[in-house]
Design a protein around this ligand. Sequence first.
Ligand SMILES: [Ca+2]
Length: 690
Amino acid sequence: MLRPLPAVLLAVLPVVAAGCHSAAAATAPAAAARPNLLFIMADDHAFQAISAYDGRRTRTPNIDRIAAGGMRFDRCFVGNSICAPARATILTGLHSHANGVIDNRAVFDGGQPTFPKMLRAAGYQTAIIGKWHLKSTPTGFDHYEVLQGQGPYYNPVLETEDGPVRHHGYTTEILTERALTWLCERRDAGRPFLLMLHHKAPHRNWQPGPRELDLFEGVDIPEPATLFDDYSGRTAAAAEQEMTVARHLTDYDLKLVPQRGLDEEQQSRWQASYGPRNAAWRADPPAPGPERTRRQYQRFLKDYLRVVAAVDRSVGRVLDTLDRLGLAANTVVVYTSDQGFYLGEHGWFDKRWMYEESFRTPLLVRWPGVVAPGSVNVDLVQNIDFAPTFLELAGLEPPAWMHGRSLVPLLRGRRPADWRRSLYYHYYEYPDSHRVARHRGVRTDRYKLISFPATGEWELYDLERDPRELHSVWGDPAYAEVAAELRAELDRLAARYGDLEPDKPREEFYAESAARLAAGVEAAERLRLPDPRPGELRADSIYATPLALGVFVTPPAEEADGVIVAHGGASFGYALWLDRGRPCFAVRDQGRLFAIRAPERLPAGRECHLAAALGADGRLELFLDGDRVAAGAGHVLGLNPQEGMAIGSDPGSAVGDYEPPFPFPGRLRELVLWQGEPPAGFAARWAAGD
Ligand SMILES: [Ca+2]
């Protein structure tokens, strides 16, 4: 059942601080054998923006505390450098092709085994707070508070097991508060815990919080050596992307236009900082060419580092709270990012590539009494290793089907003789978002081989001689033997991980996940309104799932028009409406509209029952008084609609091909929204008032 969104103003900071003075005595003695696990992950946090790795751009004193007290991994990589796939890999210990989340459009099948489920079954209390981005409902957690989709920087709605809750304030700070509240108030002191705190920051578009709006003003951030990369010396792929600082940052990214989602007070603080800067920019706009690249780089980097500063402060508060609660000694603290990020290297922002800055990700692990403080590891490790590591830390045997391997021996300072000598990579998301070519590859200690299947081209880098990856030596006779060895290694890894169809179309992955999802989604009535009020607005997750709608409608006149229900808008959503009396049902997925129309108009002045369904396979159906009157192909929603569900009109951007708000003047009764495959004969049953 849906709940209206309570407007919760979070002002719990002092309360949390006051509530956190309980001492070590609260920790059960038995917990010492099994450590607590605190996993802090930022989104798109480049290791170049953590001073434990590289202090040239900024200082991150709190994140550095984890490095100083533990181990810094200098060669931690991801298997697919993009948000949702990295998250699915961390949960499952599997590369993308095996967990189904190959790109940001795919939906995570929450029915598959994950390390939080295994920890929970073994007695851990499990919680996740922050970015989820896997579309399906979180599974394996005693408690969750997750952002919808990417989530905003200000005033986020958090999905919880009790429904959505709207918060007011800066998201990084709110997520921190929620995590501290969980630690202080909801944690069961008799059990070890797993807490995953996933920041939205510093993901694009890098909106600083109120405390960081003016950081770095008047400071020049150093430029990377490859800011003006001309993409020569490689295949055409690097030149064809759309992620350059010079040409692809938008005015919205650069904060030259008003930012969405801030309330009046937040806007006025924002304007006080950005108003004068923008006026100066407009009075003296950068000339196209190197000057513009340089000034846009400064704008982008300053905002990025401001956003990172808030994450660093969050880490400090969480570490302080562990200390205050007496938990620090028996808690393994991990800091990482879902992948790396380009801070102007190769002239880029964003990630996706197998080139070092986005392939690599920060990994810092503090394990008091075990990991030598301030130690550094240079072995090849990957995000497939996180799940097996957590399982071993909890005293469980990592299952053989996981692709990764526990890092616990490395943390103890003992490198197994058979530790891996190469890493596998596979990126899929072309052409959406930035036109980065699909590619696969292998990296060893010294070399990197990249295959671009669409063109049959290859790149080979000697990282010792060419650490910035500017000169591919593919085809150079001096490297013929290395190239042959790496090709064989790529085949060996693909076979080892079962990625045997490297050209498998993305649509096939989606179809498989839709089928898994249809089997796994719990079908349930989400909403029943006997007397729905026009104009009423609600918000709920209804993405990546089949759904059905039913409602009694009385059109006041022949050819009556208007929206009966619309949820979402121009990007994602579904809507049921009358077009000159004819019932229409549509879904919109990533801007694409799929609509069906009944052949006949509804009679004026008579109550009819309309029902509509979106199947797991994307099929659309429309029913009049229980009989099917139209059907056609559609698509399950790839993301949760940003605009809520509206009754009797569509007040935001339009889902269907009508002019919003397009109010419906007639009477509505007994509105039902069903999530999942609807019950057999549902349209007839609802029409009969059942
Ligand atoms: Ca990311």
